[in-house]
Design a binder for this molecule. Sequence first.
Ligand SMILES: Nc1ncnc2c1ncn2[C@@H]1O[C@H](COP(=O)(O)OP(=O)(O)OP(=O)(O)O)[C@@H](O)[C@H]1O
Ligand SMILES: [Mg+2]
Length: 405
Amino acid sequence: MSGRGSDRFAVVRAKLRHAFTPSQPVADRRLFAGRDEVLKTIIRSIEDQRLHVVLYGERGIGKTSLMHILTQAATEARYIVVYTSCGANSNFDETFRAAAAEIPLLFHSGFSPTAAEAEKGASLADLLPNEPLTPRKFGDLCARLTGTRVLIILDEFDRAESGAFRRDVAEVIKNLSDRLGRVQLVLAGVAADLTELVEHIPSIRRNIFALRVPKMTEAEVLQIVANGEREADLKFDPQASAFVVEVARGSPYIANLVCHHAGHAALDAGRSMVQPADVASAVDRTILEFQGRIGTPIQQHVRRLFDQGRQDVLAMTSRAALAADGVFDASDVEASNRISARKAQDAIEILVAERLLRSLHSEEAGQRYSFVEEGMPTLIWMMWAQRNLNGGSAAAPTPRAAAGS
Ligand SMILES: Nc1ncnc2c1ncn2[C@@H]1O[C@H](COP(=O)(O)OP(=O)(O)OP(=O)(O)O)[C@@H](O)[C@H]1O
Ligand SMILES: [Mg+2]
């Protein structure tokens, strides 16, 4: 292969792979952008308030990356940190036995291991009974820890299907809190609201600090670009960076994906300066990738509406959907586009009539809406961006442009 292998940017290409990682969480601090406030808040709740933490938010918003950076910070602060990624079949016994195995027996107050045992790496797991582990038993054991603090992180908590597992985790949180233990839990997972992630919330509400991971600010997305520039020896033209910010709308995932493709597009054109046109072609690729996730009839329907001049209605509602993690009401459309209530309501009604929006009614929240498929707001937003922010004109239209007539 003479093509890519011998090109003078081969080294940059190789670096690009690590500079923007759309398919992996960030574990390297140099690539971790922003999130200072979120991290500070989590650490304060753990350290000062001794609370358990529940971190929730939409897919790809950066929960796992945050957990990786938290793990590093806590390890440096001499916590024992146990990180677990939950799966569909996660159960209490296996998960917490594995956690116990990470805690050296040395820290158990009622037990001073002989030198030989300590050397063999004896752990709390050695004290566990043969029968299935219960939250109470685990709590009892943790209550006897001394001279250390332990953080057990259960990431991707939403994947665990077992109701019993979720109940036991709530139970163990209650148990640990009642005993002012030295063991704290951090749960992270996809959810639009807290109760969706943790059932049995009422019993542990006082013992947890819950935090929804917000969209990234413009400055944070720009930091993703800047980190990647530094790592890959590439430069983004300021208009190209501004274009990335517009398209990403606060999603670190989209920012990484678009920057990754844009970097390759620039190298393909023999440049180490990424231009707005490279971002435009990256958006094209990203749209192609996203199309695979959405049903063909829906896609055709959306395209037809674009062609019929409904693009503003589509853009305004998807912007509201993106800002509100999927479920929104008329006031969200109004606020995220700075348009009149009347106009917002009209936009919603058009798409309800087209059967692209589903209407959800509840006593407390009133009339709310969501797109009929999860990936639609992102796809629609990118299609709008592609048509309106394309190429050299990237800097001209602001997000409000869509709100015009
Ligand atoms: N602070 C950050 N700085 C740079 N990139 C980030 C940051 N946070 C997340 N990303 C990027 O965003 C994408 C999604 O991140 P991550 O996997 O952490 O999200 P998640 O919320 O755990 O996703 P999921 O809901 O699928 O588990 C990845 O490409 C990751 O590299
Ligand atoms: Mg994750």
